[in-house]
Design a protein around this ligand. Structure first.
Ligand SMILES: [Zn+2]
Length: 213
């Protein structure tokens, strides 16, 4: 092949500095994208976390509201005795009419309570049962039977263990309240309130005045 002219291909010479700057820019862009990606992921995570936290807080508030409503209802139902009722109790020992009040403690148990109930039914006698919360829980049918046969269900605490119930005045109250709940559950009646409490072991010897208040 013959070329009339002597042609030479002139390649544009890339300046080394230019290449360096281009590479640098590319690296910076890549780093910036990675950094941006990480920040975005962190932001999304934070958002998600905050949403979760808010949800949890809302749930807690809802629970608190329900608890408060329950407590308000409980207090509303736990009306104190009327003056007439109080007078009747106070005058119980001095009333003209002589009466015997039959009370049973510490039940109900499957071995004894049914026999007592049979006998009371047979003799047409009504009695008061001071029940223990833990036994009421174990034998709800007996609590129901006592109630349905016209007897009175009253509160004798939950454990009957002096070391537990008499730890302090609050534990007495706690046992009382918890046992009220057990009776209500057994009777399937959340509005039932015994209003009468018998101190395990008796109220005179082992108790400080504060428990009675
Ligand atoms: Zn007892």
């Amino acid at each position: 092949m013959y070329y009339p002219y002597n042609l030479t291909v002139v390649k544009p010479k890339m300046n080394k500095w230019k290449i360096f700057i281009i590479v640098l820019i590319v690296i910076v862009i890549i780093l910036l994208s990675i950094y941006g990606g990480i920040k975005y992921a962190q932001y999304m995570n934070k958002q998600k976390y905050e949403e979760e936290l808010q949800k949890q807080q809302e749930q807690l508030e809802e629970q608190k509201r329900i608890e408060e409503e329950k407590e308000a209802k409980r207090l509303k139902n736990a009306k104190p005795l009327t003056e007439e009722q109080m007078a009747k109790i106070e005058n119980i020992y001095s009333s003209e009419e002589k009466r015997v009040f039959l009370t049973f403690d510490d039940g109900p148990t499957t071995s004894v309570t049914p026999l007592i109930l049979d006998l009371l039914k047979q003799e047409n006698i009504k009695a008061t049962f001071f029940v223990l919360g833990n036994r009421a829980k174990a034998n709800p049918d007996l609590i129901k039977r006592e109630f349905e046969e016209g007897h009175y269900i009253a509160n004798h605490g939950y454990t009957h263990k002096y070391s537990s119930i008499y730890s302090n005045s609050q534990t007495v109250l706690d046992e009382y309240n918890y046992t009220e709940g057990c009776i209500q559950e057994a009777l399937q009646n959340p509005d039932y309130h015994s209003r009468v409490f018998r101190f395990p072991g008796g109220s005179t010897r082992r108790l400080l005045q504060e428990y009675k208040e």
